[in-house]
Structure formats: structure tokens, C-alpha cells
Design a protein around this ligand. Sequence first.
Ligand SMILES: Nc1nc2c(c(=O)[nH]1)N[C@H]1C(S)=C(S)[C@@H](COP(=O)(O)OP(=O)(O)OC[C@H]3O[C@@H](n4cnc5c(N)ncnc54)[C@H](O)[C@@H]3O)O[C@H]1N2
Ligand code: MOO
Length: 442
Amino acid sequence: MAEARYRSTVEDHQHRVLTLAPLLPADTLPLAEAAGLTLAADANATLDLPPWDNSAMDGYAVRSEDTTRASAQAPVRLDLIAELPAGTEADPALAPGQAARIMTGAPMPTDADAVVPLEDAVGWDPAAPTAGTETPVHVELHHPAVAGRHLRRRGEDVRAGELVSPAGRPLTPHRLSALAAAGIAEVRVRRRPRVVVVSTGSELVAPGESVRRGQIPDSNSLLLASLVEAGGGLVVHRGRVSDDPAELQTVLQSTQGASDAVILTGGASVGAHDVARLVLAPGSPGGTVPPAPDGGAPAPEDPTVRFDRVAVQPGKPQGFGLLPDGRAVWSLPGNPVSAWVSYLLFVEPGLLAMQGRDAPVAPWHPVITEEGWRSPPGREQFVPARVVSAPGEPLRIAQATERGSGSHLAGRMARATGLARVPATTDAVSAGDTVLYRALEA
Ligand SMILES: Nc1nc2c(c(=O)[nH]1)N[C@H]1C(S)=C(S)[C@@H](COP(=O)(O)OP(=O)(O)OC[C@H]3O[C@@H](n4cnc5c(N)ncnc54)[C@H](O)[C@@H]3O)O[C@H]1N2
Ligand code: MOO
């Protein structure tokens, strides 16, 4: 449970997001159009894989019983009666003393039970210009062939009907190719969430525009839109509005029906011009936390958009809920590092849950920190961090900047390769301690 100054822990707030995130409908798509989407149904093989016994090597398909006496002193000579490239349908009958030249991936003749790689047969000269291409009439073996060697058996990878990937997994390149290999042509997948990203604040100008005193470039909408796209979402509107509530209301109305989620930044806290809070939850008490009846977090299933103080640094003021039209809406703090951390902790799992992802909350991994820093008591801390270990060494990290988790350090964010996570119960981290780390780039 969060301490009294905060209403929720990170876990409470994530739980509320996961409970309320509306599951998107599923479509059936050809594999080639499903990259990056999440499976909405189990994908089962339609083929045995491999579909037939085949050769693992370029060489000779032999009957092992013909070769049991082969030795350097008494080589066994086999007549080659067929050439079997990958793609051939042929299944030549092999009488005793006969073999076939076979290439990797070609179906094994039913009568053969072993493959002898080209290199293990006598007479193969890799330096000769025609080596490996001209069918010799005979092959000579100095060793017995071992039954079952250099073969790939039908169905040894996957059997027809067997599960290749369960519902809830994303169609990453390696998973997509596994499905294709197993004969699957189309898949049930969740639709990409259509997302509206809006920065709020009268101080914002487009990046690249000249700024007068009081103004700053809107970096958050680019941050959030890029994160949405990287997570499989579709940004249908990206923009910024001033502190005039009518502007935000117009964007919310004009994107209704064409979007599934809305992400706002800025104006989530207690200020007089906090437009997100004024539009989404006009009655919200903002910075004051009225005592909850049980002293704990809000009921996770209550869909009302509400603004909570989450025990996290940065990212304390968090707005979340469902709009009356059913869209999920996140109102994140405007400070750029807060917006980044807030997205990763609360928006990303929500958008993944909407896609039916089975493990929507990203894992964190223990690493050693090379330096110490202070952490706010009672709040979980997220610090932009960078890897300092050399490639191949166990991972060691340091703060990305000596200014730590300062939530306004928009420019220094560029130095981070990931985030470090420090528990609420820790008020100081020392060099050599284990902290959790989430890599956000290689
Ligand atoms: N009296 C209190 N003041 C503040 C509290 C508090 O509890 N009591 N909380 C602080 C914390 S923590 C945070 S985080 C911020 C969050 O404030 P808002 O979400 O209302 O954000 P803004 O006030 O609109 O902006 C904060 C900061 O970020 C800059 N910003 C805003 N939008 C963007 C953008 N799109 N791109 C780049 N930078 C942006 C903005 O200019 C401000 O500097 O509130 C504290 N205050
Ligand atoms: O929570 Mo604020 O996000 O510390 O800057």
C-alpha cells in the first residue's frame, strides 16, 4: 500500500490500467500483413515440419547396411543412380549397392537410411572446378555410414495440429517465420490501437520554431507518438493545444469514433491552468488526496477518469480512466522525463493489454550499479541510466547524468540507454548495489 501522501503504488496504478484497458476487436489477416500484431487465437501448424524426412547435408543417401564393412583397406563402392536436389519429388528405389547424390533439404529416398556428407566420401575434391556439381557415377566410402545420421525426420520440429504460438504473443519476425514454416497462411490478430497524442500547454511551440521567453519546444508529443508506434499502435492524431479547455475538448470530439486511446501530457498536476485535469475530471481534487475510506488506492474497476498521486519519482501526478465514449485516456505529467517514465510504466502495458498481449508489463532485470545516488523515500524511483560495462561483460550501469532522475532534464534524456529502478523503501543506492534495469536500446 502506498503511504498516505500518495494514493497508489506503481503496481496499484498498473493494475487499474490493466483492469480497465478495453480489449480491441480481432481480425483475420494474411501473415505478411500481421507483423508486429498480437495473436488473438492460438496458431497451430497445418503441416508436419519438416514435411518429410530429408537430408541435413549435401552428400550421398545410402543404405547403411551396404556400408557396414567399409574401411580404408576395403572401401565400399556404391553406384549412384540418382541426383536429388532440394525441391525434387523423386523417390528413387535403391537396390543393394546403390545410392543417390542428395542435397541439403531434398527428400530422403524411402530406401535410404543415412546420409554421408560429400566431404566424408572419397573422390570429392573441393578444389576441382566441378566439385559438388558433377554427378560421379560411383562413390567410395572408407567408413560405415551410421543409420539415421545427417537426416531430419518428418515432424521432428512441429507436428501438424501442434501449437506453434499461443494467443497473446506478438508476431515478431522470428515468430512470424515459424508460423509461415508450419504452413499457416493467416492469423487472428488484435487490431492496432488507434491513438491520439496531445501535448497541452500554452508555452509549447513546434520543435524547430524560435522560442520567445516563456516558450519551449513540444518534445513530448514526438516522444509519445514514437513510443506508441514502436509498441504496435497507430498514431491517428498528434498535436498540441493551449491551456484553453475548448481546444482540448475539440480534439477529443473530432477524434471520437476514429481512435481507441488518448494520451495527453501536461496539465496533470495541481496548477491553475492544468487543462487536462480541468477537461477530463473537473471535480478532481488534484494535488490534495482526500482520505480514501480504506486508506488505499481507488477501486481498479472504477472507470471514472481520475487524477492520482502515484508513489513514483518522476511521474507522480497521473490521470487515467475511460472517456464516456469508452476510449482509454491517460493524462501524463508534462515534465519530459516524467512523461517518458509514465508512458513506460502505465501507457505501454495498457496499450499492450488492449491488444490482448499476455505479458503486458515489461520485465526489469537485476544489474550492478557502478555509482551511488539518493532516492526519495516512499516513492519508487526511475533513473535514466546508461550501460558502462563492455560488451560481453555482466551488465553494469550508471546514472545517465549526474543530475539523476530530474524530471525536467529533457536534453539529458538522450544520454540514457535505459532506466534503473529503485524500490520505495530505499533512500540511497551505493556503488556495487544491485538495482533493476530496463534496456531501452541495445
Ligand atoms: N504545487 C505543486 N506543484 C507541482 C507538483 C505538486 O505536487 N504540487 N507536482 C510537480 C510534479 S512532480 C510534476 S511531474 C509536474 C507535472 O505538472 P503538469 O503535468 O501539470 O505539467 P505542466 O505544469 O504542464 O508542465 C510541467 C513542465 O513540463 C514542461 N512541458 C509540458 N509539456 C511539455 C511538452 N509537450 N514538451 C516538453 N516539455 C513540456 C512544462 O513546460 C513544464 O516545465 O508538476 C509539478 N508541480
Ligand atoms: O513526479 Mo514529477 O514527475 O517528479 O516530476
